[in-house]
Write a protein that binds this ligand. Structure first.
Ligand code: ZN
Length: 149
């Protein structure tokens, strides 16, 4: 393992052991999405609060492997306080990176880049993207519910 991979693994383990924005809230203003990943046994619930097209808060609670649980923490930190359009772009770049394709580092910033090594382990891609897919579904639902589409 080279130094960069070692550093990335440390960041992942840090989010796994000390997750940010973990824990669900009983607030009807939050939209709740639950997804699972049968191939690994990961379960993930994500909550999002959107106000004026901006994601003002993200919560998550899940059980599963370190990649999945840490990625939910990283997702919450990465997307919080962005507009829905910005969040969609960031998620797109994250998926590109996870698949091993070039991504735009001006859009995808911060701890999310530590998952780029996952591209070498196709079985773990679903783990790394589960929380991101949950929030993506939530955003689609919110867009659908908007009166002017
Ligand atoms: Zn997993």
């Amino acid at each position: 393992m080279n130094q960069i991979e070692h550093l990335y693994r440390q960041v992942i383990m840090d989010h796994y052991k000390n997750p940010k924005n973990k824990g669900l809230v009983a607030n009807p203003a939050y939209l709740t999405i639950h997804l699972n990943n049968p191939s690994c046994g990961d379960e993930m619930t994500v909550q999002m609060h959107v106000n004026n097209d901006q994601i003002v808060d993200i919560k998550h609670q899940g059980t599963g492997c370190s990649i999945c649980c840490s990625s939910a923490s990283v997702m919450s930190v990465t997307l919080k306080n962005h507009t829905l359009d910005e969040a969609n772009q960031i998620i797109h770049e994250f998926y590109e990176m996870i698949k091993g394709y070039p991504y735009n580092p001006d859009i995808l910033k911060g701890d999310a880049i530590v998952y780029q090594g996952v591209a070498q382990f196709p079985a773990r891609i679903k783990c790394a993207t589960l929380a991101w897919k949950a929030i993506e579904q939530g955003m689609i639902k919110i867009k659908e519910e908007q009166p002017n589409g």
